[in-house]
Design a protein around this ligand. Structure first.
Ligand code: ZN
Length: 301
């Protein structure tokens, strides 16, 4: 055995203790160090995740904003397009009207009836201020006379049936107008321009030539003795028609409250033949205009 002097032994012992102390302390330090590092790593990972979430939210927000902006821009563009089209249509209609009034026959561009409800020979045609005849001087080929009033043969039987039924119910009905030709409407409209002083004022009471439903042969103005046009609204005949006309295929074409859709003020006297099926379906469904029933553009010129 190595002989170490007592003094030196003491130094060795102290040295061992110190070394042990350092080792233990180091271990604790190491544990502490690695613990903190793990926490720091965890915190860093969490921060990274939060950052990713924030970035995702920001990205979604930006996407939503961009979508919103694109939607608004598209809406604005559509509005401007509709405005331009309306202006072009009005200008075309005015130019065509001026030509018509000057004696020429011109179909205004942008209003010619076409498509599913654009055949003036069919009882499902829609003629209004946005849908005019093409050719503008169209004449039905099957006009027949009822007491001197011309109508399309397609409505004749039901017209007679309705008038007979009204008479049997003690509500005798007469006619004050039916088919009107293009040239007849030119004369009618010109008369209103002269009386009211302007086309704008005439537009309020008369259809422009080529835009009148009377040109189809499917429209009638009904009356009773002493009650034509506006006066018809307060008659028992009007009340009877509101309840029974659909059974004969007729609808009141221009109702109060729907002026912006039909383009016309309410007319209690103006009835249009659309056939029993459609007239009854409209009544049952509470649909008051052909524009709404068939989803067709209406309103002003
Ligand atoms: Zn009428």
């Amino acid at each position: 055995m190595l002989k170490i002097p007592i003094k030196k032994r003491h130094v060795v012992l102290v040295s061992i203790l110190v070394a042990a102390g350092i080792a233990t302390g180091g271990g604790v330090f190491a544990m502490q160090f690695y613990g903190e590092q793990a926490i720091a790593q965890q915190a860093s990972a969490s921060a990274k995740k939060l950052k990713q979430i924030d970035e995702k939210i920001a990205e979604l927000k930006a996407k939503k904003l961009a979508e919103q902006k694109a939607k608004e821009e598209a809406e604005q563009k559509a509005k401007e397009k509709a405005k331009k089209e309306a202006a072009a249509r009005t200008a075309a209609a005015d130019a065509a009207l001026a030509a018509q009034l000057a004696g020429q026959i011109v179909t205004p561009t942008g209003c010619a009836i076409s498509g599913a409800h654009g055949n003036p020979n069919n009882i499902d045609v829609v003629v209004n201020k946005k849908n005019c005849f093409n050719p503008v001087n169209f004449v039905p080929s099957d006009l027949v006379s009822y007491g001197g009033y011309l109508v399309s043969n397609k409505i004749y039987t039901n017209l007679v049936g309705m008038i007979n039924a009204a008479a049997a119910a003690g509500k005798p009905l007469g006619l004050s107008s039916s088919y009107r030709s293009y040239s007849n409407q030119v004369a009618t409209y010109n008369n209103w321009v002269a009386v009211n002083g302007s086309t704008a004022a005439a537009d309020k009471v008369s259809a422009r030539p080529g835009y009148s439903e009377h040109q189809t042969g499917f429209a009638i103005d009904v009356s009773t003795s002493g009650a034509v046009l506006g006066d018809f609204a307060s008659t028992a005949q009007y009340t009877w028609m509101k309840s029974h006309a659909h059974k004969y295929g007729f609808i009141q074409r221009y109702k109060a409250g729907y002026e912006s859709i039909t383009g016309y003020s309410a007319e209690a006297w103006h009835w249009r033949y659309v056939g029993k099926t459609v007239a009854t379906d409209m009544k049952n469904k509470g649909i008051h205009t052909l524009e709404q029933y068939w989803n067709i553009e209406g309103g002003g010129y």
